[in-house]
Design a binder for this molecule. Structure first.
Ligand SMILES: CC(C)(COP(=O)(O)OP(=O)(O)OC[C@H]1O[C@@H](n2cnc3c(N)ncnc32)[C@H](O)[C@@H]1OP(=O)(O)O)[C@@H](O)C(=O)NCCC(=O)NCCS
Length: 176
């Protein structure tokens, strides 16, 4: 079935005309993350207002790749994938390919679009000889966990948050 559907969708590099759609999808992704886990940090108004400029900048940045999934029947943009090359000379490896934002519109899921967009990002990373891929996902985002595990990702670092006052009171309990 997946193969029959392949001709219906094109995965291609985003262009300036797509950026409003990309920003819309990024904001829906953020809402989805908040529903998945209410403790996740929200985007500031400033970062929301900078999103359009950020993605337009990424189109011109050789270290980034922004792809979209287009429905050939309707011309609608139904998915986005954003990856960028990270330089971190203090670590080994000194460069990695970071998958930042992946979104597929709900009625277009389970058609392999996520995997096809990831494949495009991997080709981009491969062309820069990057062998290590990294991503973050929110605890409670079950479909993300399922997709990433299926693709072979495993967790190496857990980010935890707490209210300072809660930690303080627990520290006090321990010391009394
Ligand atoms: C995660 C997401 C991008 C997957 O997109 P998709 O196009 O449906 O994924 P694919 O069709 O390429 O699925 C690939 C495989 O991942 C797994 N998978 C995908 N969605 C899943 C789900 N909801 N539950 C369990 N497994 C799932 C399946 O094994 C699937 O293969 P299959 O359809 O042959 O069973 C999509 O669900 C989405 O946009 N979710 C909200 C945003 C999000 O969480 N993004 C990731 C942030 S880190």
């Amino acid at each position: 079935m997946k193969h029959l559907m392949d001709d219906r969708f094109t995965i291609r590099d985003a262009i300036v005309k797509d950026i409003d759609h990309v920003v819309g999808m990024r904001l829906r992704l953020q809402e989805h993350l908040l529903v998945s886990n209410p403790n996740v940090w929200q985007m500031s108004k400033k970062s929301v207002s900078c999103l359009s400029a950020f993605y337009k900048g990424a189109l011109k940045d050789a270290r980034s790749r922004l792809v979209v999934a287009e429905d050939n029947e309707s011309g609608r943009i139904v998915g986005m994938g954003f990856g960028r090359i990270m330089e971190h000379e203090e670590h080994v490896p000194s460069r990695s390919g970071k998958i930042d934002d992946i979104w597929v519109e709900p009625s277009y899921r389970h058609k392999g679009l996520c995997q096809r967009m990831i494949s495009e990002l991997l080709t981009f990373f491969g062309s820069s000889k990057i062998d290590t891929i990294i991503l973050n996902y929110v605890v409670g985002n079950l479909e993300a966990e399922a997709v990433w595990q299926r693709l072979g990702f495993s967790s190496v670092l857990i980010t935890s948050t707490a209210k300072r006052s809660d930690v303080e009171s627990r520290c006090r309990q321990k010391s009394t």
